[in-house]
Ligand binder design. Structure first.
Ligand code: SF4
Ligand code: SF4
Length: 685
């Protein structure tokens, strides 16, 4: 008896084989032709500047270091599907994993088959072959279940969208970007194609067994079962099924670069070559770049980097980014998935990017990075949006309170236009050491614009200062030598105002030899930690919750112990998500926190970031109201925060959404202050 193995091209004559090769090479050629067309479009963009590629070459020829980086990213984000597994879409993740691993198995199996057929060694035999057959056969079932699941999901989503369209004009809904999923006809065709490839693959397997039974056919149980049902096949019937299966495979090759299916290939390229720039770091534009291009930011798609253009082609249109977008969720025009589609469209049409996206949508972004965190193919929507904002600002297209804020920051160094001397008012009666007095200090306590002058934020500032004094931490403040970090200016798109402030602050840090910084504002923290390095200021930067947690763990301070069920915590986007810190705040509250639905790195934005604090807001479209509703739903009587911006936004919203119940809004530091000082030892109020 011959060992178990596969007969290739069973019953095929030479002309039939030749016909197959002609068709398959024609289809592959067409696929490559389309891919070259896309590569030409990406090449309009700027060469990537973060990636160690060989000089003068594009991103696909990395150095040795670069190659390591590629492989690591492919393993983490593609093979292990890290982002998909952590997705909030309950059914979306397992469905995608089933399709992905099923498809990956087919790809591997076909590759092995090709190596066996055309290579010098015939290894497809014996026990290995039996195991191979069993594995591929069963993974086919996994794939089919995943595809069927995707059909059902899309059908259900379509019903929901059609339900909305029944009360609203669908054209208007598209204009207003209210179609988060857009599961239109092409999606069903795509799934139909995958289904037909898999089901005809099983039929082909069964036809082979029916036409030429072997004693080891049991090793492919699904095919074997099918073969038992259909009975014997003639060679002609077998070959008919073979060609029927191949038609779907040929179609697949031809449509791959055109349909959403292209993300199969593009996601590998994009995730492999992604930048290691932290989520919270925006790209620094140089003056040389501006002189060369004679413009700031992005006007046409050629002004984006090649990687960013390529990433828009990797978009699988899953809508995860839109589902989590705080602006979209309160009915604004911003739809991050649509932003990506609009840029992709502008790449082909050559249209002005801001017009393609719509300035109203661009200004609605809070730069909360929820979309970036959710995107399985690592698209950086915030980079895309801020780069276009930079161009709009440079063309004078920003007006209203946000433009006033920029002027104030430029003239006074304070985002609300206060004079520098006011930054020391909160210190009265507190004996706060100042750097200019040449005191020795370990930590620079960076107070921030709100922390120095907003009445609620000042309570946090005073609480932190008292706690640091109590714990014996050597710290000092800059007082009137501190200027706005420039974070709101940068995120609004006024890059060179940010750079001016960063250089000014960096030179002050250098003068005083600052090594460690603690701040109560996650936006300041992010900028100082992730962005000031470009201006020579490299320091360890901590959020106050992190330093206080450290002092609690050393026994220098006591943690707060709120009664069970009474306190909920709102994770600030720039702490919990962008800088990945969500344990320290909870530790300070002895982990006695009633968790809201969105928490930790999946927190829901209060709506203040990205300069939105200084932009007009329609009352019915306040992200902070949506967040306040969630916090109220926890039943807690106290909302703890760790950001002065969140505190300002939620203060109003909590009163609006719960006018009949008094809900306390306190910073973590105030709660810790209460746990460490007796009432007679002074209040932070
Ligand atoms: S940008 Fe990312 S998250 Fe949004 S639809 Fe595309 S792939 Fe999905
Ligand atoms: S950063 Fe936030 S607000 Fe901006 S598009 Fe993404 S999810 Fe929406």
């Amino acid at each position: 008896m011959r060992p178990p193995t596969r007969d290739e091209f069973l019953f095929f004559s030479l002309p039939e084989k030749a016909l197959f090769y002609i068709i398959v090479y024609a289809c592959l050629g067409y696929m490559v032709y389309q891919i070259i067309g896309r590569i030409r479009l990406w090449q309009q963009g700027k060469p990537v500047d973060w990636y160690p590629t060989r000089e003068g070459r594009a991103y696909w020829i990395p150095t040795q270091d670069g190659l390591k980086h590629w492989v690591q990213n492919v393993v983490v984000y593609i093979l292990a599907q890290k982002k998909v597994r952590s997705s909030r879409q309950k059914s979306g993740a397992p469905m995608h994993l089933m399709i992905f691993y099923g498809f990956a198995t087919f790809f591997l199996a076909t590759t092995l088959l090709a190596i066996n057929t055309y290579g010098p060694i015939k290894f497809h035999k014996g026990n290995y072959y039996l195991a191979y057959e069993m594995f591929v056969d069963l993974m086919g079932l996994v794939f089919l279940v995943g595809v069927a699941w995707a059909f059902v999901r899309r059908y259900q989503n379509l019903q929901v969208e059609l339900g909305s369209a029944a009360v609203e004009d669908p054209k208007q809904m598209i204009q207003r970007r209210r179609w988060p999923m857009s599961h239109a006809a092409p999606d069903f065709w795509t799934l139909g194609l995958l289904f037909m490839m898999a089901i005809t693959g099983y039929w082909l397997e069964a036809a082979r067994m029916s036409a030429k039974p072997e004693p080891f056919d049991w090793s492919a149980p699904v095919g074997h079962f099918w073969a038992q049902l259909q009975g014997p096949f003639s060679p002609i019937a077998y070959k008919t099924v073979w060609w029927f299966h191949m038609v779907w495979v040929f179609v697949f090759f031809c449509v791959l670069p055109k349909m959403r299916l292209r993300h199969i290939v593009m996601a590998i390229a994009t995730t492999a070559g992604k930048s290691d720039r932290p989520m919270g770091q925006l790209r620094t534009i140089s003056m040389e770049e501006v002189e060369q291009t004679e413009q700031i930011g992005v006007k046409l798609t050629k002004d984006f980097s090649r990687w960013h253009l390529m990433s828009t082609d990797a978009c699988m249109e899953c809508g995860r980014c839109t589902e989590v977008c705080p602006a979209w969720n309160v009915g604004k025009l911003l739809n991050p998935k649509q932003v990506v589609q609009d840029i992709r469209g502008a790449m082909v049409s050559g249209e002005d990017v801001a017009t393609a996206i719509s300035p109203e949508a661009l200004w609605a972004c809070t730069t909360c990075n929820a979309c970036v965190e959710a995107c399985p193919v690592l698209i950086r929507h915030v980079d895309l949006i801020v780069d276009v904002r930079r161009n709009l600002v440079s063309e004078g297209q920003l007006s209203g309170p946000a433009a006033t804020m920029l002027r104030q920051t430029a003239s006074t160094g304070h985002a609300w236009g206060q004079s520098a001397s006011v930054r020391e008012d909160w210190m009265k009666g507190m004996d706060i050491p100042l750097c200019r007095d040449n005191v020795e200090f370990d930590y620079l306590f960076w107070v921030g614009c709100a922390g120095a002058t907003d009445s609620a934020a000042v309570k946090t500032t005073k609480a932190v200062a008292s706690l640091l004094q109590k714990a014996g931490v050597k710290f000092a403040c800059l007082g009137k030598e501190e200027a706005c970090t420039g974070d709101p200016a940068r995120r609004i798109g006024e890059e060179f105002l940010f750079q001016e402030k960063a250089q000014q602050n960096a030179s002050v840090f250098e003068r005083y030899g600052v090594k460690k910084v603690v701040t109560t504002c996650p936006h300041c923290m992010n900028s100082l930690k992730n962005e000031y390095g470009d201006f020579g200021a490299r320091m360890e930067v901590f959020h106050h919750s992190q330093l206080l947690q450290n002092l609690v763990s050393k026994g220098s301070l006591l943690a707060a112990k709120p009664p069970r069920g009474e306190v909920t915590f709102h994770d600030p986007c720039y702490l919990g998500r962008v800088n990945d810190e969500s344990d320290a705040p909870r530790d300070l509250l002895s982990n006695e926190v009633v968790e809201p639905e969105h928490r930790r790195n999946k927190t829901l934005c209060c709506g203040a970031g990205g300069g939105r604090m200084w932009m007009e807001e329609t009352p019915s479209q306040r992200p902070s109201n949506r967040r306040a509703e969630e916090l109220v739903a926890t039943g807690a009587s106290t909302v703890a925060v760790g950001c002065p911006f969140c505190r300002i936004m939620l203060g109003d919203s909590l009163k609006q959404v719960e006018p009949n119940r008094e809900i306390r809004l306190l910073d973590l530091a105030e709660m810790l202050h209460d746990a460490n000082f007796k009432p007679e030892e002074g209040s932070t109020a």
